[in-house]
Design a binder for this molecule. Structure first.
Ligand code: 13P
Length: 325
């Protein structure tokens, strides 16, 4: 078993999943402001300390994805975030993309940037205690979208990122997110997700990415948030698993879903409903952001009297997702 395969399997096996706490400075700041917290570097640090010090976190969380700022910050006791996570038996991950920017010639579509200098950044994150990385590509469904060039450009970047991570010793989380925004049907989401995953695996093959040393982080196959016809939990589970069975090779050790704006409870129900749909050639788990930490942030609101209640809110989501597995 290769070192990368061992890390990837640790990330997805048992009942555990991955916690995405890697919001960019801009995104984290606006989420803090929404709950009345001043968006300072220190408040972002304190909030992330609340997340990672949640009691018994390691029972349901195998890894935490951090942003560059947090990766270099310290907890109140002086330990760095990666060091603290290692001490509690949780892997430290790092978001290495630098964000989704408008794609030239297609202003309503995005291309994720961050390849320049990535080899050197990967080496630095490994030195600082990182074991895995994340890169998120976003695909929009809409009038004439996604275009072939948006899909091709994004999977190309994902594959080059994955190759650089593996070369440097990090397991890449490969995240091609088909967004829920829009009024499209479940069938449309399925069609686009299938097309994206097909070209993604062609491109990963072209770049000689070792499939047993990645974790795939896709969207679930759902209807657009504006669609008048919202599918049942069973329909989402079935469409998602069928789509993945058609496109994702069995050598991929695990698939860890993003939540994408689903409510925490619904994301958990969807995950649970998928587990019974044999045969599943890979582990199916969670790598939620909002669906794990949303209730905790709402509870905390910057008031340390709410610290324990906020940690309890996170713990409840994490335990519910582990149970759904
Ligand atoms: P959500 O679960 O909030 O979609 O976030 C997951 C993630 O890591 C997005 O890149």
């Amino acid at each position: 078993m290769s070192a990368l395969n061992k890390i990837a399997r640790t990330m997805v096996s048992g009942r555990r999943g991955i916690l995405a706490a890697d919001e960019s400075i801009g995104t984290m700041s606006s989420r803090l402001e929404k709950v009345g917290v001043e968006p300072t570097e220190e408040n972002r640090r304190v909030y992330r300390e609340l997340i990672v010090t949640t009691p018994q976190l390691s029972e349901s969380i195998s890894g935490v994805i951090l942003a560059d700022e947090t990766f270099r910050q310290k907890l109140s006791d002086g330990r760095t975030f990666p060091r603290f996570l290692d001490d509690i038996g949780v892997l430290a991950g790092i978001k290495v993309d630098t964000g989704a920017k408008p794609l030239a010639g297609a202003p309503d579509e995005k291309i994720t940037e961050g390849l320049d200098g990535l080899r050197e950044r990967v080496a630095e994150y490994v030195r600082l205690g990182g074991t895995f990385a994340k890169w998120r590509a976003v695909i929009t469904i809409g009038d004439g979208m996604p275009s072939d060039r948006a899909v091709r450009a994004n999977v190309h970047a994902l594959a080059r990122y994955a190759g650089l991570c593996q070369e440097g010793g990090l397991v890449p989380i490969v995240e091609p997110e088909v967004l829920m925004d829009g009024d499209h049907s479940l069938a449309k989401c399925r069609q686009v997700t299938t097309a994206v995953l097909e070209v993604l695996f062609e491109e990963l093959d072209l770049m000689q990415v070792q499939l047993d040393g990645i974790v795939l982080k896709p969207n679930m196959v759902v209807a657009g948030t504006g669609s008048p016809e919202q599918p049942s939990v069973a329909d989402v589970a079935k469409a998602t698993v069928e789509t993945l069975r058609e496109t994702v090779p069995a050598s991929v050790p695990g698939i860890a879903f993003l939540s994408g704006g689903q409510s925490p409870e619904l994301a958990t129900k969807h995950l649970g409903a998928m587990q019974g749909l044999d045969p599943l050639p890979w582990e199916l788990t969670y790598s939620f952001g909002r669906a794990l930490v949303g209730p905790a942030l709402e509870t905390w609101r910057g008031d340390n009297d709410n610290w324990a209640a906020a940690q309890k809110a996170l713990s409840e989501r994490a335990v519910a997702n582990a149970a759904a597995r």
